[in-house]
Design a protein around this ligand. Structure first.
Ligand SMILES: *Cc1c(COP(=O)(O)O)cnc(C)c1O
Length: 433
């Protein structure tokens, strides 16, 4: 069909009927939750040196299943990946004035987590092709105060493992891997999440699988695992009887997961592989079509890695397309419908991803803890959060990056075709924009 008027200019959109809802909570989850409810024990944690210090049966079953699935020695359930990242930073011993290298191009907590221990986030730039922290940029930020790197497998694919591992080894740094967006992605034979010293998964509603809110920390390191468990559950009340003598960061939170969430997450874990396979198949179809439009470039997958597609990232070259990214993407959005149940999110096609995180007021005004702005006030001298700090992240945000989640199941062939038709229509009529 030949179109002559873009929807954004009053024409008929390619599709009005909403995409079907993304809901993989089914009878298994309901039965599992009911059996927890019937037991009357909705959480069994005790914040003391007791057999229930590590939680109830369902939490511990999820931990055993998660560690077997991802081939890692310890899996520790928490109430979010946010808590998981904070606990991981504490467990590796970050303290006031320690510098932690972070990425500007991620969800907010990937960069702010060191601040909870007085650590200073130091932003390095990202790779143009894969959007993870660039090893060269990381290397340039390392100094004698650097203690750790928080690295994100952004959009669903692992970071440059070999180069980061070498840097960490050479400089005695801990690598905290934020795998919230990359469950089941692999680097070689190893799963994302298990590539650094400690990894963190998210089970929030937006992720591949979810249990409402939840997070899982994984590590092969016994000491880090023990310290994450302590930070999760009132460390200071437990260390004495547990024989812990190194008290660094042994102030605890309540970061515990309930039995209900664990019951749901156990069912969800069994669905993960099929969901990722479907995402990959959908991306293959979409990538092939989108890459036919000169100036649009679906992002590459790193050699030796697999991708689990939390989002499908694409590059946009205005000089080839002839119109700005924002104009073009707004026009495509106008051709497509929202998704049932997630109407308030709008059409799930976005330009820019996130504003580079150092441009947030937190960093611009250097106000974190208390009126004086600790830890920036004491330890932030010489650390820049100026615009221009990470040119690649800024360029992607401002001009050359877009992403979408149209590969999210369930999608029919027709759904994918409608997405491609929307791009095709806008591309062929872009001279009207
Ligand atoms: C979602 C997400 C988080 C936070 O997950 P929560 O479980 O909501 O705390 C952290 N990092 C990244 C990269 C994420 O995508």
């Amino acid at each position: 069909m030949k179109h002559s008027t873009l929807a954004i200019q009053g024409g008929t959109p390619i599709r009005k009927e909403k995409f079907r809802r993304y809901n993989f909570i089914g009878d298994e989850e309901k039965a599992a939750v009911n059996s927890v409810l019937d037991s009357g024990i909705l959480s069994k944690f005790l914040g003391s040196h007791h057999q229930n210090f590590g939680g109830g049966e369902v939490v511990r079953s999820l931990e055993a299943e998660w560690s077997a699935y991802f081939k890692v020695k310890h899996a520790i359930c928490l109430n979010s990946a946010t808590s998981g990242l904070i606990a991981a930073v504490g467990a590796v011993g970050v303290g006031p004035g320690d510098q932690v290298i972070v990425t500007p191009f991620s969800m907010t907590i990937s960069a702010s987590c060191p601040l909870f221990y007085g650590g200073i986030p130091v932003f390095a730039d990202i790779e143009e092709d894969y959007f993870c922290l660039s090893p060269e940029s990381v290397e340039a930020k390392i100094n004698s105060k650097t203690k750790a790197i928080v690295i994100v497998d952004i959009f669903g694919q692992p970071y440059d493992v070999e180069k980061i591992r070498d840097l960490a080894k050479k400089n005695d740094l801990k690598v905290i891997e934020d795998a919230s967006q990359s469950p089941l992605a692999k680097h070689g034979d190893a799963f994302a999440g298990t590539l650094g010293d400690v990894g963190v998964f998210s089970l929030n509603y937006h992720k591949h699988i979810h249990c409402g809110e939840g997070g899982i920390v994984v590590t092969d390191n016994d000491e880090i695992a023990e310290r994450v468990r302590l930070i999760r559950n009132h460390a200071e009340a437990v260390v004495q009887k547990r024989g812990i003598t190194n008290l660094v960061n042994m102030i605890g939170h309540n970061f515990r997961m309930t039995e209900i969430e664990a019951a749901i997450a156990r069912c969800q874990l069994r669905k993960l592989e099929d969901l990722v396979i479907e995402r990959r198949a959908n991306v293959e179809v979409l990538s092939k079509s989108l890459s036919q439009f000169a100036g649009l470039k679906p992002a590459k997958v790193r050699a030796g890695s697999t991708h689990s597609y939390y989002l499908h990232a694409c590059l946009f070259d205005e000089s080839i397309v002839g119109v700005s990214r924002n104009k073009f993407i707004d026009a495509v959005k106008a051709e497509l419908p929202v998704t049932e149940n997630r109407e308030e999110e709008g059409v799930t096609l976005n330009y820019g991803y996130v504003q580079p995180l150092y441009l947030q007021p937190l960093y611009q005004q250097r106000m974190a803890m208390g009126e004086k702005g600790f830890p920036f006030s004491d330890y932030g001298q010489g650390i820049s959060y100026e615009k221009g700090l990470c040119p690649v992240a800024e360029k992607l945000f401002e001009k050359s990056f877009f992403c979408h989640d149209f590969m999210n199941p369930p999608k029919s062939k027709q759904d994918l075709k409608d997405v491609i038709d929307a791009f095709e229509k806008v591309y062929s009529l872009r001279h009207l924009l």
